[in-house]
Design a protein around this ligand. Sequence first.
Ligand code: C2O
Ligand code: CU
Length: 487
Amino acid sequence: VLAGAGAAAGGILLQSCATLPESAPRPAPAPRPLAIPPLAPSTSDGGVRTFRLTAAPGDSGFLAGARTPTWGYDLPFGGPTLRAARGERVRVHVTNRLPETTTTHWHGMTLPAVMDGGPHQPIEPGATWSPEWTIEQPAATLWYHPHPHGHTERHVHRGLAGLFLIDDAAGAGGPLPHRYGVDDLPVVVTDRVFTADGSFDETRRNAHGLVGDTLLVNGTVAPYHVATTARIRLRLLNASSARCYRFARSDERPLVLAGTDSGLLAAPRPVPDVLLTPGERAEVLLDLEPARPVVLRSLPQDLGAVSGNERSIGALDTLDVLQIRPAAELEPAPPLPAALPHDPGPDPATATTVRRFELGNNTINGRTMDMSRVDEVVPAGATEVWELTNVHSRPHNLHVHDARGQVIEAGGRAVPPELRTWKDTVYVPPRTTTRLVLRFGRHADPATPYMYHCHLLYHEDQGMMGQFVVAPPGTTEVPPILAGGDH
Ligand code: C2O
Ligand code: CU
């Protein structure tokens, strides 16, 4: 559950996550129009919606008078937005034109393990990988990024990340704003430190990873967007390595939460703020007045008395994320919808297993990642409760591949069913326990693991990751996994 949602429910959580390096203040850059990543073109190949992505080095102009070497999918930085509907069959030809091996992971997707794009599906330089699967899940804002074991932070930091939007089978419409780039806006938020020559600084890493002093939103520094409608929908993605954002409006009106990681809410819900740790998404609605600018901000966060990690993850900062400039005349918006297309959550009473995970000093249950070890065996299609305890003073979150679920308890408080939202990545504040009910995919493959890991990418690279296989129900023994793809 999001902090904002919790706060709205009675002031539960206002914690945050990762601290900030010291650096010379840079003159405030002139505002620029928010870049909108293009929608990826697709062809229909025997009824399969087929996309092509090429990961390659590029050259970007983020700062006036400076060039920045970057990596991107089809773009110098970032990647196009892939879009497909529930029920569709999709294929993506991913070509690697980088000087090193990478992978492309579909974050939030329920799909066969060999299509997942984790560390076991390397794409060598010059090679093309062509995963294909059927979209089996409801409308949501997912994303894609590299996942090579030990190097994920660096690959994502250079710019490899894009959105993957899933529409409901009925189409992109429904009661929410859905004109891409007009009233339905991607907002991919990352942070960087620039060196004097304009390059990304990849050297000043603290215990949480690379934490920047300059925000890039869809690759734009100091972005503004001219709104022409009285309501806009923002698809927020925290694509940062370690920094967490507590999003709020500058005019102190609530944000209206419509969706979280892997699905829409039953109904839009006003919340004072929305906390997103790395990898998390939220869809929020903002109602606007003609010619009255609003700033989407990130506010300071409280990590709790036990932490002491506030500065190193930037949790004390107030940052402008996106200026919204409404036009003098706005296309009117209908009343907020009373209900959204929504799948009811799994009932924790039907869970067949409770698994416990201790998040430590970049360890999970005292261990670090081993690509040849299977840590957990999950029956295909299972509903399980995962209990995550952060026994450390560091902020951590946990992302589980292939699964979608809901937080049922956080910080010692039960989350009532009406406040649960669909998640694939959950924050576990220092010295607290989060319980979630997860529903796993139905694709059994005892030979190919999926990952679960902290999505603070440097923690993940340091080995804060484990592997599970999805096996036919009743399987207790699984074949050993061969090491591979460790580059
Ligand atoms: Cu977004 Cu396993 O990653
Ligand atoms: Cu972590």
